[in-house]
Write a protein that binds this ligand. Structure first.
Ligand code: 5RP
Length: 236
């Protein structure tokens, strides 16, 4: 898929997700280029009178939503969300995801976990048989960075994963900082043969704030190509 078609596919997936939104819903708003299409389309519906209230998963998303006058709230004001719509960097046949390419994985996971349903929107290139081709993002504490890197390498090896664990940098060469003031490692494993076990082991490392394996969270993936829209899982 060339870039124009890729973007068109993302917008088609976003448009399909918008059809699931009903008046009065409390929504989680994801982060990334596909989620940005959804927010854009949602903003148009809100301008027409649709009533929803949303929790954003990043500052970028918050700014976009505010610009479109989409009503926002926090978890101090809302106890649970009806639906979260978010993108993904990869998904496998069990709807396990790799997320965090946009650096928002911690807030994305908090929002998804607080939602009755998480529906993922992607272009068709994100479907994989086995996770890991996309480097796995892990949000980490700035304190103890090298101890955390070593622990990740050790636990990854125990799960059959190998490869560099690279500190994410900005284009100007600074360490990338998340909205919550943490750093990110990108783990270039190429293949994650035991994603469930790796997720458990990573969660036990103290320096890890959160990892980008989303397991048991997505209820469905809406995956679009210029030719068709495929639904994996159950939308309702
Ligand atoms: C951000 C994410 C995004 O959902 C993921 O990177 C997909 O992005 P895009 O829709 O731009 O392909 O996890 O942290």
């Amino acid at each position: 898929m060339e870039n124009l078609s890729l973007d068109e596919a993302k917008r088609r997936a976003a448009a399909a997700a918008l059809k699931i939104v009903t008046p009065g819903m409390r929504l989680g708003l994801g982060t990334g280029s596909t989620a940005a299409h959804f927010i854009d389309l949602l903003g148009a519906k809100v301008a027409e009178g649709l009533k929803v209230v949303c929790v954003p998963t990043s500052e970028r998303t918050r700014i976009q939503a505010e610009g479109l006058a989409i009503p926002l709230a926090t978890f101090e004001e809302i106890d649970e969300l009806d639906l979260t719509i978010d993108g993904a960097d990869e998904f496998d046949p069990d709807l396990r995801l790799v997320k965090g390419g946009g650096g928002a994985l911690w807030r994305e996971k908090i929002v998804a976990a607080a939602s009755k349903r998480m529906i993922v929107i992607t272009d068709a290139s994100k479907a994989v048989a086995t996770l890991g081709k996309f480097p796995l993002p892990i949000e980490v504490s700035r304190f103890g960075l090298e101890a955390t890197r070593r622990a990740i390498l050790r636990e990854a090896e125990a799960c059959g994963c190998g490869g560099p664990v690279v500190l994410r940098k900005t284009p100007s060469g600074e360490a990338f900082m998340t909205d919550s003031g943490n750093y990110l490692f990108d783990c270039v494993f190429n293949v994650i043969p035991a994603a469930d076990e790796l997720a458990q082991r990573l969660s036990a490392i103290p320096g890890i704030v959160e990892h980008g394996l989303f397991i048991g969270l997505a209820k469905a993936v809406i995956s679009a190509s210029p030719e068709e829209i495929k639904i994996y899982g159950q939308l309702d």
